[in-house]
Write a protein that binds this ligand. Structure first.
Ligand SMILES: [Zn+2]
Ligand SMILES: [Zn+2]
Length: 430
C-alpha cells in the first residue's frame, strides 16, 4: 500500500536570527519557498556578496535546485527529493527578505504583491539595492510576478493566497498556504500600530485556527532599552508624523532635513500631507512615489548626473535653494551631509545607518556633531510590539506555533495549542 503523502516544512534559515528567513513547504511533487533575502550583519565587513561568500558566512543556506545554475553552485545538503513544481514567494521588499532574488534560477517563478514588485524595481533603478546578477546589466532586477491582494496561486497540490498586512514596507503580505491535509500560515513581517492595522486584523481572521503559524517575533529579541536622549518615542505612525510637525513648528527659522526608509511609502505620503513646510524628496524617492501611488511630488537631484525621465521638470527644486533655505522646506538628505548648515536640524526616521549595531552609525553621528547639526531620532518599529504579538496569536488561535525571525523565540507562547522551536535546517513532518 502506498503511504499517504505528508506536508513537510523545512526551516532553511532565519531561525534564531533576524532576517534571511527561508522556509520551504513541500507536498508530493511540489514545493514552495519564502522569502529570498539574506541575513544582515554589517559588522562582518564583507568585501563582496558572491554566492560563495554569503554561504561561507552562513548569511544564506544551502538550497537544492534554487540558485542560478550559471553561478556554478553545487548543493552540499542532504535533501534527496526531486520536484516537478517549484515557486518562490516574497512577503515584502525589505532586503532581509529580498536581497538575493537575482541569484534565484531565472526559470523559477517569483511571486509577490504588485506593490512590492514596483518598489523593488524602483529601488534597484541604479543597481545598488539588490545583489546584482553577474550575468546581467548592473541595474537588472529579475522577473517578479506581481499579485493583487488575495490572489491564489496553485503550485502542484499546494495553493498559496497572498494577504496584505501592516508593516513598514508598503505592499507587505502574509501567506495562507493550503495542502490537501494542512492549512499553514506565514506572517511575513507585521504589526498593529501602522496606518494599515485593519489589514493585519483581517489577515488574523483568515488565519484563524491554522494548523501551523510561522510568526515573526523581531520585537521580543531585545531587552527594553532606555530611550536615547536624542530619541523621540512614539507608539504609532500617526503620532510619528505629529511629532515631525511639532518639530517644524518649534523651529521656524532653522534648516530642517530628514531621511527615512524608502519602502515605508505611507510615512512619506503622510509627511507630505501634514507638513507645514514644503516637502522635497530626493529624486529616486519621488520616482518611487510616482511609480507606486502615481503621486507627483517636489524633488531635487542629489547627484546631478542621474536624471530620471519620468519626473516632471516643473516640480524640481534646485539643490542650491535647499542648502541655503531655513524657513520654507523640509527636505530629504541622502548624501553630502557636509553641505548642511551649522545650527540646522536633521531628523533620522529609520534611515540608514539604522542604529548602534552598524559601525557606520557612530561615524554618522560624529559627522553631524562636527557640523553642529542637531540630530533627532524619530523612529518607529515596523514590527508588532510584544503585547501585540500576543494579541495576534490570540486572534489566530493556532494549533501549532513556530516563532521565527527573532533572537528569543522562547518568549512567544501559544496558549491555544503546541509550540515548537526549530533549529536552522530542521525539517518537520505534519
Ligand atoms: Zn524582516
Ligand atoms: Zn520587514
Amino acid at each position: 500500500m502506498e503511504s499517504k503523502a505528508k506536508t513537510t516544512v523545512s526551516f532553511h534559515s532565519g531561525i534564531l536570527t533576524i532576517g534571511g528567513t527561508i522556509i520551504e513547504v513541500a507536498y508530493k511533487d511540489a514545493h514552495i519557498f519564502f522569502d529570498f533575502g539574506t541575513e544582515y550583519r554589517p559588522e562582518l565587513n564583507l568585501t563582496d556578496e558572491k554566492l560563495t561568500t554569503l554561504l561561507t558566512n552562513r548569511l544564506i543556506p544551502e538550497l537544492k535546485g534554487l540558485y542560478d545554475e550559471r553561478l556554478g553552485y553545487s548543493y552540499q545538503g542532504n535533501d534527496g527529493e526531486e520536484y516537478q513544481h517549484t515557486a518562490v514567494f516574497l512577503s515584502h521588499a525589505h532586503l532581509d527578505h529580498s536581497k538575493m532574488i537575482n541569484y534565484l534560477d531565472p526559470e523559477i517563478p517569483l511571486y509577490t504583491m504588485k506593490e512590492t514588485k514596483t518598489i523593488l524595481r524602483s529601488l534597484n533603478r541604479n543597481g545598488d539595492f539588490l545583489i546584482p546578477s553577474p550575468f546581467e546589466e548592473k541595474n537588472f532586477t529579475r522577473d517578479l510576478i506581481g499579485l493583487e491582494a488575495h490572489d491564489v496561486i496553485q503550485i502542484g497540490e499546494i495553493s498559496v493566497e497572498i494577504v496584505p498586512v501592516d508593516h513598514d514596507a508598503y505592499g507587505a503580505a502574509a501567506l495562507l498556504i493550503r495542502t490537501p491535509d494542512q492549512f499553514l500560515v506565514y506572517t511575513g513581517d507585521l504589526r498593529l500600530h501602522g496606518y494599515d492595522r485593519e489589514k493585519t486584523e483581517a489577515f488574523c481572521k483568515q488565519a484563524r485556527h491554522t494548523d501551523l503559524l510561522m510568526m515573526e517575533g523581531v520585537s521580543i529579541s531585545f531587552p527594553e532599552r532606555e530611550a536615547d536622549a536624542d530619541q523621540i518615542s512614539v507608539l504609532s505612525e500617526e503620532e510619528l508624523v505629529q511629532e515631525f510637525v511639532r518639530l517644524m513648528e518649534e523651529n521656524p527659522e532653522r534648516q530642517i532635513t530628514f531621511n527615512g526608509y524608502p519602502a515605508n511609502v505611507l510615512r512619506f505620503i503622510k509627511l507630505i500631507e501634514f507638513s507645514p513646510r514644503t516637502v522635497v524628496l530626493e529624486a529616486n524617492m519621488a520616482a518611487l512615489l510616482q511609480e507606486v501611488r502615481n503621486l507627483k511630488v517636489r524633488y531635487y537631484y542629489a547627484e546631478e548626473n542621474s536624471r530620471i525621465q519620468a519626473l516632471d521638470p516643473e516640480l524640481e527644486v534646485p539643490y542650491e535653494v535647499l542648502i541655503n533655505d531655513q524657513t520654507t522646506y523640509l527636505w530629504q538628505v541622502v548624501n553630502k551631509f557636509e553641505n548642511l548648515q551649522g545650527g540646522g536640524l536633521y531628523v533620522h526616521s529609520d534611515a540608514q545607518p539604522l542604529g548602534d549595531f552598524d559601525p557606520q552609525y557612530a561615524i554618522f553621528l560624529n559627522l553631524l556633531e562636527e557640523l553642529q547639526v542637531s540630530f533627532v531620532r524619530l523612529s518607529l518599529s515596523g514590527h508588532a510590539f510584544e503585547e501585540d504579538l500576543n494579541e495576534i496569536i490570540r486572534m489566530i488561535e493556532p494549533k501549532l506555533l513556530v516563532p521565527i525571525h527573532t533572537l528569543k523565540p522562547e518568549k512567544l507562547e501559544n496558549p491555544y495549542g503546541k509550540r515548537i522551536l526549530p533549529n536552522r535546517g530542521d525539517k518537520i513532518i505534519l
